[in-house]
Design a protein around this ligand. Structure first.
Ligand code: OGA
Ligand code: NI
Length: 358
């Protein structure tokens, strides 16, 4: 799994360019097998259902955070997903970051191609995950960048346009590292560990953090394809800022998909595979996907809070007993994420593949 490919197996087509040429049919490369299509009719989703909404405002006052802790605990166990408001990150900054990235994707193609990425690091402007020749692709483009560790942060790989984008990305990521740290403490306490334990298991101050900006162009036949195929996030935790005007994110709930309705100013938080592994499946990462639509494009910022990349991550001893042995073989995150980088998003097959033979 470690031989890294230097170049894409086929010429890259920018989905945005396809969309803007006004194609009336989705090319075959993007047509999902029937079992993976969003099947808009009949609607499989219970309309009234939504992921839990949790107000973090009270974390700033008093010492008794038991209500918030309980809400988060239930959401982690029941959904693997929740949204938070009053999280301490300025709503103005969130809005600015989204606007700047939307602006970036509307620059002339030449401006974006300066940052065209390769499968070696994935950094930059991309249009596919996975390097398998002939794979069915998703209806999206993206921009991927590294924030932590600082040795991987290279401002020269971030867009110079629009002018204030680099500064805004720095400011945004700094705030999200803080929010991530707060959530790590809450997860750690809820898992019955000391509040710093989970963070230490991630490598303490040496965590990794990166961001993928997803751009989902309008799609002429949204019932045949997906903006992002079903997957669980390989990292520790994801802090997602979706456009709150355009729905698209769906979370698996048993056999159906729940379309997330995002509250204004909210972040969507989800548990990634690394927390599933560390907690020996006390918490589980949950599959999700993105549907597209013919009326509106959509932008989302996915910030990934990850363990230090060369640390072997396996179940913590607190979760391993003779009755409940370790479920997973320790693996570094660097090694782990090669799977999605080679094969693209594939449900929960990766974390399943780590299972120890018992
Ligand atoms: C992701 C992801 C959801 C979205 O980037 O991993 O799940 O709404 N994004 O864009
Ligand atoms: Ni995801």
């Amino acid at each position: 799994m470690s031989s890294l490919q230097q170049v894409w197996p086929e010429p890259i087509v920018r989905v945005q360019s396809l969309s803007e040429t006004g194609v009336s049919e989705v090319p075959d490369r993007y047509i999902k097998p029937p079992s993976e299509r969003p099947s808009l009719e009949p609607q499989p989703v219970v309309e009234e259902t939504n992921i839990p909404l949790i107000d973090l405002g009270d974390l700033l006052v008093g010492d008794d955070h038991s209500t918030i802790l309980n809400q988060i605990s239930e959401a982690c166990r029941d959904w693997g997903f929740f949204q938070v408001v009053n999280h301490g990150v300025s709503v103005e900054l969130m809005h600015r970051a989204l606007q700047l990235w939307a602006h970036f994707f509307h620059l002339p193609i030449g401006e974006k191609l300066i940052y065209a990425n390769s499968p070696l690091t994935f950094e930059g402007y991309g249009s596919r995950l996975g390097v398998e020749k002939g794979a069915i692709l998703d209806w999206s483009d993206y921009f991927f960048l590294n924030y932590l560790p600082e040795t991987l942060r290279d401002h020269n790989k971030w867009p110079t346009l629009p002018p204030s984008l680099r500064e805004t990305v720095d400011e945004y990521c700094r705030e999200l590292v803080k929010l991530g740290g707060t959530l790590m403490k809450l997860f750690s306490i809820n898992l019955g560990l000391g509040e710093d334990h989970l963070q230490k298991a991630f490598g303490g101050d040496d965590i990794g953090a990166c961001m993928r900006v997803n751009f989902y162009p309008k799609c002429p036949q949204p019932d045949l394809t997906l903006g992002l195929s079903s997957h669980s996030d390989p990292g520790g935790m994801t802090i997602l800022l979706p456009d709150d005007h355009v729905a698209g994110l769906q979370v698996r709930r048993g056999d159906s998909w729940v379309t997330v309705k995002v509250a204004p100013g909210a972040f969507v938080i989800n548990i990634g595979d690394q927390i599933q592994v560390l907690s020996n499946a006390n918490y589980k990462s949950v599959e999700h996907r993105v549907i597209v639509n013919s009326a509106k494009e959509r932008v989302s910022l996915a910030f990934f809070y990850n363990p230090k990349s060369d640390l072997p991550i396996g179940p913590l001893k607190e979760f391993v007993t003779p009755d409940f042995p370790a479920l997973y073989t320790p693996t570094t995150f660097n090694e782990y994420r090669q799977y999605i980088r080679m094969k693209g998003p594939r449900g929960k097959s990766q974390v399943e593949s780590l299972k120890c033979p018992h």
